[in-house]
Design a protein around this ligand. Structure first.
Ligand code: SF4
Ligand code: SF4
Length: 104
């Protein structure tokens, strides 16, 4: 089991989730030429810290919530693992995608 970052993060990459993960298993990278972030299912301990940290609710708590994006997280994690960290966006920075809404 592992938490999963979903399509909402694509192009957003707020990175607030990275700072709260106790096992450093959230990695930045690019997917389909857009900034993205994935959770490494090999390391995630299901602690729930990241989910309430995401300003646009891009994280879901189980693979079953979004199997397609869970597969993408798992496939990209080894490639993203050693990418340099990205700084979080400023608090309240509006979403770049029209379908996304700030929820916190
Ligand atoms: S906080 Fe949300 S939007 Fe930002 S990188 Fe994490 S999952 Fe993506
Ligand atoms: S659930 Fe916990 S361990 Fe898993 S990615 Fe989120 S913060 Fe990290």
């Amino acid at each position: 089991m592992a938490y999963v970052i979903t399509e909402k993060c694509l192009g957003e990459q707020y990175a607030d989730c990275v700072e709260v993960c106790p096992v450093d298993c959230i990695y930045p990278g690019a997917y389909k030429a857009e900034p993205f972030m994935v959770i490494d299912p090999e390391l995630c301990i299901d602690c729930d810290a990241c989910l309430p940290a995401c300003p646009i609710d891009a994280i879901v708590p189980t693979v079953e919530n979004d199997p397609a994006w869970a597969k993408i997280n798992a496939e990209l994690a080894p490639n993203f693992k050693n990418n340099p960290a990205v700084p979080p966006r400023p608090a309240g920075d509006p979403p770049r995608k029209p379908g996304n809404k700030l929820v916190r």
